[in-house]
Design a binder for this molecule. Structure first.
Ligand code: HMH
Length: 219
């Protein structure tokens, strides 16, 4: 397997679901300014709960990198990602109070619970680092691509949503996602057929959960 990268092949093979996840009507509505504030608030509250499960997931990937990685710099990359999640949690709290969303009373919706349960299954010690890092990349790149789309020159994203889009659409986060992708590709190149298959299925599951998550936010 030395022709192009694995993630490149997957993005082409699964382009329909990838586009569904990164160009969702919810994102289009932010980009053209037609978003219903209630939908945005619903997304904000649910995503806060999601991120609270995403933190232990990201930590589990760090643990796997420490145990299994052939490159010690992976750990530094992952630690940087976890450090910015600390910031992200604080941002959610500020943003929620700005929109009058009471985080302590948010009940996780079924779609969110399903996604979080899937993340939990990936935290297991039996899940290989290669599979876990692929999942982490997929989760991050969907938000990066979605929100960067809302910041393009011809976008009409409302001023009060720009900061949200900046959070995941900024260049630094873009570089972080590219680094995660390079790590994933490096690992996938050396993976067994069985690991490779598991990683591809996991990648697809993430994309499907992301589409469902946007659907839920639309109410
Ligand atoms: C549902 N997917 C979801 N929430 C997020 N915050 C991210 C991805 C990116 O971190």
């Amino acid at each position: 397997r030395d022709v192009g990268s694995t993630t490149d092949a997957w993005l082409k093979k699964h382009s329909i679901v990838y586009i569904a996840a990164t160009r969702h009507p919810f994102i289009h509505a932010i980009r053209d300014g037609s978003i219903d504030p209630n939908n945005f608030k619903r997304w904000l509250g649910q995503d806060y709960l999601f991120v609270r499960t995403f933190v232990p997931f990201a930590s589990s990937v760090l643990l796997k990198a420490w145990k299994e990685s052939d490159d010690s710099s992976d750990m530094d990359v992952l630690l940087g990602g976890i450090a910015s999640l600390n910031d992200e949690i604080s941002w959610f709290k500020r943003e929620a109070s700005k929109w009058g969303v009471q985080l302590s009373s948010i009940v996780p919706q079924q779609v969110n619970q399903n996604y979080c349960r899937f993340l939990e299954s990936l935290m297991g010690l039996e899940v290989e680092y290669t599979v876990a890092i692929t999942a982490l990349w997929a989760i991050e790149v969907v938000y990066q691509q979605s929100f960067a789309h809302c910041l393009e020159e011809d976008a009409s994203t409302p001023a009060d949503l720009r900061e949200t889009c900046q959070r995941w659409g900024n260049e630094e986060f873009g570089r972080y996602c590219s680094t995660l992708r390079m790590i994933a590709d490096r690992r996938l190149m050396k993976a067994t057929d069985s690991e490779l298959k598991k990683a591809e299925v996991t990648f697809l599951c993430i994309l499907e959960h992301e589409v469902e998550f946007w659907n839920m936010s639309r109410g």
